[in-house]
Write a protein that binds this ligand. Structure first.
Ligand SMILES: [Zn+2]
Length: 356
């Protein structure tokens, strides 16, 4: 068994930890897995990007439409998980906040268009990325999720709440009922189906987001959905649970790194405070402000640096060499949340609500 979620047309293979059902609250992070793979029966297997369908193994598969295949499935996986009660509404909001923050900090957006990341399965085959925030990765999954939220809320706004991405799904996937013969589609087919739900310049909407560059994640869907991404010094339960299940501490949005429980650096935010002191993946934090490393001590030091206006001194072990660094960061701990903002209706509330 592969240990991941693997879509099939009629029955997906879903690998999770043995405590997935018994320790229900601990595994909120992976709770959308079944919904995600279920959606793939329609989005990916039944309706399939034309360049991913090949007549035989001599024709290479191409991933140019993976932002639909995986991006929209990622969106529906989260939405259906909330509607079905796999996630509480708060967990759904907190999960979305985490994704929004990750892509808001994805500085590689400056040089690499989202569309180009659809080459990652071929180019890097899921090998570890030392500089994910700069190099990007299979970002068409979760940045794709943000784009489909943008589209869903736009359809709702333009149609005065009459239409939504649910109607697109019904139109696009709900054909040839009972058939298991794949029906391929192109970019133009996606645009045409969107237009049949709500007339708009969807071709430009999509290509701007697929080929565009620049700072900051596409957060229009969150804003139009009635929420705003904010950072506070306290993690959401979802965020803390996600850290626990990965056995990591995620300080991406403060000092700009992720560390293991032993203090080994597992990711560094490109041009963040830790990056600027030369920290890199594999470095080990031995001591902070002359006291031996532990995670809580590091968090207290980050908070203390804010209060005292001081730098954070660290003793770093890099293979057989030791060095001391001084991280110039005084912003305190920062964790992403969504807060209600703007007037009614909050489309995000409607999107995550169970349907009659
Ligand atoms: Zn998938």
């Amino acid at each position: 068994m592969g240990g991941i979620g693997l879509e099939h047309h009629q029955s997906s293979e879903n690998g999770v930890k043995p405590t997935y059902f018994t320790a229900w609250e601990e595994h909120a992070r992976g709770r959308d897995l079944l919904a995600h793979e279920y959606v793939h029966s329609w989005n990916g297997k039944f309706r399939r990007p034309a360049d991913l369908w090949t007549p035989d193994y001599n024709v290479p598969m191409r991933g140019s439409l993976l932002w639909v295949y995986e991006g929209q499935t990622q969106y529906w996986g989260k939405v259906l998980a909330a509607r079905a009660g796999f996630h509480s509404k708060q967990q759904a909001l907190d999960a979305l906040a985490y994704v929004a923050a990750i892509f808001d900090y994805r500085v590689g957006r400056e040089w690499r268009a989202l569309k180009d990341t659809t080459n990652d399965p071929v180019a890097s085959m899921r090998r570890p990325h030392p500089w994910r925030s700069w190099g990007r990765s299979e970002d068409y999954y979760s940045e794709g999720q943000l784009i489909w939220l943008d589209a869903d809320t736009l359809i709702r706004e333009m149609s005065g709440g009459e239409k939504s991405l649910d109607d697109f799904a019904r139109t696009f996937f709900g054909i040839n009922d009972g058939s298991f013969v794949p029906v391929t589609y192109t970019f133009d087919d996606v645009v045409e189906a969107l237009n049949s739900v709500q007339v708009y310049d969807w071709a430009t909407f999509l290509s701007d987001r697929l080929n565009g560059h620049g700072q900051g994640a596409p957060l229009d869907g969150i804003r139009r959905g009635g929420y705003e991404l904010v950072f506070t010094a306290t993690p959401s339960e979802y965020f803390a649970g996600s850290e626990a299940s990965r056995e990591e501490t995620d300080l991406t949005f403060s000092v700009g790194m992720v560390i293991s429980a032993e203090g080994v650096v597992t990711a560094v935010q490109w041009e963040g405070p830790a990056f600027n002191e030369g920290l890199t993946v594999g470095n080990e934090i031995i001591a902070i402000n002359e006291v031996a490393f532990d995670v809580d001590h590091l968090k207290r030091a980050i908070t203390g640096a804010k209060q005292a206006g001081a730098a954070i001194d660290m003793l770093i072990k890099d293979d057989d060499r030791y060095r001391t660094i001084s991280i110039e960061y005084r912003g305190g701990l920062r964790y992403p949340h969504l807060v209600r903002q703007g007037s009614e209706p909050a489309y995000l509330d409607l999107i995550f609500a169970p349907k009659d």
